[in-house]
Design a protein around this ligand. Structure first.
Ligand code: ZN
Length: 125
């Protein structure tokens, strides 16, 4: 079976930048288009229930949709190459590097793929 990666919302991106548990990134609308952001960039309030507490650092980890697509394409290429070779891999733990982004497959099944993200360029500023 070839996964149609963008068919459903079966791919979720998680921030794994020094959080105790992966934090699901949310899609945001920026001036240059959509991107995924760590909800802990914002201070927690009524509008941002997933935000960071006052004594917690704001997290600036983010991922452009284009880079997200590149990560998914890289992973899907790997999966397809394996299929061609008759390999049914378990991709949990697979690491993908795109630009300065470290992506790690946290969970992989036919129905859901969770990818952890650390964008080293974004968290530097
Ligand atoms: Zn974060």
């Amino acid at each position: 079976m070839i996964l149609n990666f963008w068919a459903h919302d079966n791919i979720e991106f998680y921030c794994i930048n020094k959080h105790k548990k992966p934090v699901k990134m949310t899609i945001m609308n920026g001036q240059t288009g959509q991107f995924y952001a760590c909800p802990k960039y914002m201070l927690r309030d009524e509008a941002h229930p997933e935000g960071h507490d006052a004594d917690e650092r704001a997290c600036s980890n983010r991922l452009s949709v284009i880079d997200a697509e590149q990560i998914v394409l890289t992973l899907s290429k790997e999966v397809e190459d394996d299929l061609v070779n008759g390999i049914m891999g378990d991709y949990t733990g697979t690491i993908i590097h795109v630009k300065q982004i470290d992506a790690k497959v946290l969970d992989y099944s036919d129905s859901k793929i969770k990818i952890g993200i650390v964008n080293r360029r974004a968290i530097k500023d």
